[in-house]
Write a new protein. Structure first.
Length: 132
């Protein structure tokens, strides 16, 4: 029975590890999107200050150009993380299924042990009848 308990604890740990990884990736995606939105506002502000919105124009702000590049890199990274997120979800689901199986096995084992123990103990109904 100890080995089953250990197995269930291991599976719970693995599920929690996968859940933490999912949360971490989701937070990173949200942070990248937030930073990209902030850069978008800065780009718009810089373009308004300079009066030039055409990125091909010679007078286009170098800061706005650099901010655009940074924003595009952030959005690209967020897209790549979305692929990792899907992979992490699959791994989380698999770990969760393994935990469920281990818990079912543990439950069956405990039920089996309790059933064996109850066969060894005389029934209370028979004891009452014996006294009378």
């Amino acid at each position: 029975m100890k080995s089953r308990d250990t197995l269930v604890r291991l599976k719970r740990f693995q599920v929690e590890e996968k859940r933490r990884r999912l949360t971490q990736i989701e937070m990173m995606i949200a942070e990248f999107n937030r930073m990209a939105a902030e850069l978008e506002r800065e780009i718009a502000s810089e373009e308004q200050k300079s009066g030039v919105k055409d990125t091909a124009h010679y007078a286009y702000s170098t800061y706005a150009r650099a901010a655009r590049t940074r924003r595009e890199n952030l959005l690209h990274s967020a897209d790549e993380l979305k692929g990792q997120l899907e992979e992490a979800r699959v791994l989380f689901d698999q770990a969760n299924e393994e935990l469920t199986k281990a818990q079912v096995l543990e439950g069956r084992e405990k039920t089996s042990v309790l059933g064996d123990m109850s066969r060894d103990v005389p029934e209370f109904g028979n004891l009452r009848g014996a006294r009378a």
